[in-house]
Ligand binder design. Structure first.
Ligand SMILES: [Zn+2]
Length: 351
């Protein structure tokens, strides 16, 4: 939970120590559980590494992870970490200490973990602000000499003389205001006009997604058909080869071609199936988003937790000075549902 509130492992370790929470080794000793770790001088001292380890343990969500490490051979006994996608995960095998959803979100935050600035200050928005024009992350700039209101973001591709993008300069306080205003409007709209919101968003999500699913399904059927065809062709050239109608050389060449195509098709089929699954989950995601918004019905100010739960990314457009005034748009991609056409919704709602 602390991580969701935007604290880093070091801060969490410090807090646990202040709150006099026993560290794992001390806890095990008191509970009479054997542990190979030596007794620590201070039972309340928490290592940053221990916190990191706990934050990244999938087991706390109530699933069992097998084959987390492997050894290369009987000659090389070094334990290596199995890549995540090859680990065997069995979900819901025991009661969850952390909800799966929170766990996933924590992993996302930890991936976005960025170098802190030299001053040790970090922004609420760290890792989630992007340049709308070049797509790269925006850099958070702050110094101890600045007042807080001078802290700002600039496009990472911007250098005053040589960079490939313009600054897209935005002050952190301005960004905070804009995001909070938008979030407040979304929360208000969803809680007041839930039915209408659901209908509009379903339409928005469903149309492109149904089209995508149709396209994927068609391609999937083609790929599967070609795969059985290849099996048949393979048997035929094998028989031809046995009967002496084609040479061994020709046979092995054709076999190679078929096998390559087969491998490619299998990869494609797998990714198509995954894509279809993602698209089919969209309506479920919309419901989940609406539920999350309800939790924040009475939110009074922007908190790191609510921000991370509702917002996925923020895109900063270049300022427009054509009117003589500096105007700057931001676009907010919400978690689970993407962009929300707030202006359209409000217009329809009041019409
Ligand atoms: Zn840029």
């Amino acid at each position: 939970m602390l991580c969701m509130e935007g604290r880093g492992p070091m801060q969490i370790a410090k807090l646990l120590q202040e709150e006099k929470v026993l560290n794992p080794t001390a806890y095990k000793r008191r509970a009479g559980i054997k542990t190979p770790s030596p007794e620590t001088d201070d039972p309340y001292h928490w290592n940053t590494n221990t916190v990191v380890h706990i934050l990244e343990r999938r087991e706390y969500t109530g699933c069992t992870v097998n084959f987390k490490t492997y050894t290369n051979s009987i000659w090389d006994k070094k334990q290596r970490e199995t890549p995540l996608e090859k680990q065997a995960i069995f979900y819901n095998t025991h009661p969850a200490i952390i909800e799966q959803e929170v766990f996933d979100k924590v992993q996302e935050i930890r991936q976005q973990r960025h170098r802190r600035t030299k001053t040790g200050k970090s922004s609420l928005f760290s890792g989630m602000v992007y340049c709308a024009d070049c797509g790269s992350k925006m850099r958070y700039c702050t110094t101890n000499y600045f007042e807080k209101r001078q802290d700002h973001f600039v496009c990472a591709n911007y250098r005053s003389n040589t960079g490939s993008c313009s600054a897209h300069f935005i002050r952190a306080v301005v960004l905070e205001d804009l995001v909070w205003m938008h979030m407040k409007a979304v929360i208000f709209y969803v809680t007041q006009y839930e039915k209408h919101f659901r209908a509009v968003m379903e339409q928005k999500l469903r149309l492109p997604s149904e089209e995508a699913i149709r396209g994927h399904r068609k391609r999937l059927a083609q790929a599967e058909k070609r795969l059985t065809e290849l099996d048949r062709l393979f048997i035929r050239i094998y028989e031809d080869n046995v009967a002496g109608r084609i040479t061994d050389e020709r046979f092995s060449m054709m076999r190679k071609t078929y096998e390559n195509e087969q491998t490619q098709l299998k990869v494609e089929i797998q990714s198509l199936q995954q894509e279809i699954e993602v698209q089919e989950r969209q309506i479920e995601n919309l419901e989940q988003f609406i539920q999350r918004v309800h939790k924040y019905e009475d939110l009074q100010e922007l908190t790191p937790y609510s921000l991370r739960e509702l917002v996925k990314a923020i895109y900063i457009e270049a300022p427009d000075k054509s009117s003589g005034k500096r105007r700057q748009n931001i676009r907010i991609s919400y978690d689970l549902v993407g962009f929300i056409p707030l202006n359209e919704l409000v217009k329809e709602g009041t019409a």
